[in-house]
Design a protein around this ligand. Structure first.
Ligand code: UFG
Length: 334
């Protein structure tokens, strides 16, 4: 059944891929974005867009009042863990304060369904791999803490106000739209795969390897890379399960359940692009866990989630297609 869906941060990376999917399925979408990192070019021309900032409660109350929604998907937040350790207040204000304003606007408009973008960062440096949803939540950075706080707020809003909520805990979101229309345009770029592709394009001199003294087979850190289009599908499934009343409050890990080291990713980038990737070893990045791999059995079993694009080859091929066609991002396509 077609729904009215209010999407914060819909012009961002995961947001725009999700907007594309949900619009194709016939849902009516309102995107609420401040365009600090989002791109108008990442949205279909016919989607309804409101420029507003979650930190201003009036902006979001007005937007949601004017566009009554059956459900909210809440992507908007700051995401750079490293930045969060330099300027925590900025993260608490935007990620926590902004979410609180959104929840207030939801209550004011009797909107009771939300899908929230959470993160593997809430687990910190886990002792048991693969990570299940009930693993200890001990974030090692402020970014992860902001996500954990919002999950906890949702718990209380569920109990007290009957807000129905699903938190989706993404592992490393990567890859680009398999149809080549959407990509990743984030400046300054810090994530491994887009940085490696920029090196392949000659836009950066070398790939810096942050630490080769981890307790892993090649000494570099291991992550679970999950394709952004698979994440978009998980949002659809989460929405449907909340709308049907099957789910009322839950959280799911979303990952490929396979770990790759930085060295393995770099090798695959060389294979896919056929380009050279000069590499230099640098010290570890502060707060980086050694190894993060998801157990996503719950998402598969409860939501029926079936990742289709999350093998490393497809991830890098889809990302390479977009980055090689848009070396300078959305505004400067080749
Ligand atoms: N890395 C490098 N060189 C680079 C960039 C990254 O060696 O130039 C390494 C990192 O040290 C890390 C791995 O590559 O070991 C992946 O790093 P990313 O920056 O791509 O991603 P992170 O794992 O640090 O973080 C990402 C998201 C977070 C999210 C987390 C959850 O940015 O928002 O995944 O797993 F919380």
């Amino acid at each position: 059944m077609a729904m009215n869906i209010f999407i914060t941060g819909g012009a961002g990376y995961i947001g725009s891929h999700t907007v594309k999917l949900l619009q194709k399925l016939g849902h009516r979408i309102t995107v609420f974005d401040n365009f600090e990192f989002g791109h108008r070019e990442a949205l279909p021309t016919n989607v309804h867009v409101i420029r507003g900032d979650l930190r201003r409660k009036d902006d979001v109350v007005r937007a949601l009042t004017a566009n009554p929604a059956d459900a909210v998907i809440h992507f908007a937040s700051y995401i750079e863990a490293g930045d969060s350790m330099r300027d925590p207040g900025r993260f608490y204000e935007n990620n926590v304060g902004g979410s609180l304003n959104l929840l207030s606007a939801m209550l004011a408009t009797k909107t009771r369904v939300i899908v929230f973008s959470s993160s593997a960062a809430i687990y910190g440096d886990p002792k048991v791999i693969p990570i299940t949803e009930n693993a200890p939540k001990e974030p090692t950075n402020v970014y992860g803490h902001t996500k954990l706080i919002v999950e906890e707020m949702l718990h209380w809003y569920h109990r007290i106000h009957e807000v129905r909520a699903v938190s989706l805990r993404y592992f490393n979101a990567v890859g680009c739209d398999p149809e080549g229309e959407l990509g990743l345009d984030h400046e300054p770029e810090t994530h491994l795969i887009p940085v490696a592709l920029k090196v392949a394009l000659g836009l950066r001199p070398a790939l810096e390897i942050f630490g080769n003294d981890y307790g892993t087979p090649d000494g570099t850190a291991i992550r679970d890379y999950v394709h952004v289009t698979d994440l978009a599908h998980a949002h659809r499934l989460a929405l449907e399960s909340l709308a049907s009343g099957k789910e009322t409050f839950n959280a799911f890990n979303l990952g490929s359940e396979t770990g790759f080291s930085v060295g393995q990713v770099a090798k695959e980038v060389i294979l896919v692009t056929g380009r050279e990737i000069p590499m230099v070893v640098k010290p570890r990045r502060a707060g980086d866990p050694e190894k993060l791999i998801a157990n996503s059995a719950k998402a598969r079993e409860v939501l029926g989630w079936q990742p289709k694009y999350s093998d490393l080859r497809t991830i890098i091929e889809t990302a390479w297609r977009w980055h090689s066609q848009h070396p300078y991002g959305y505004r400067n396509a080749r």
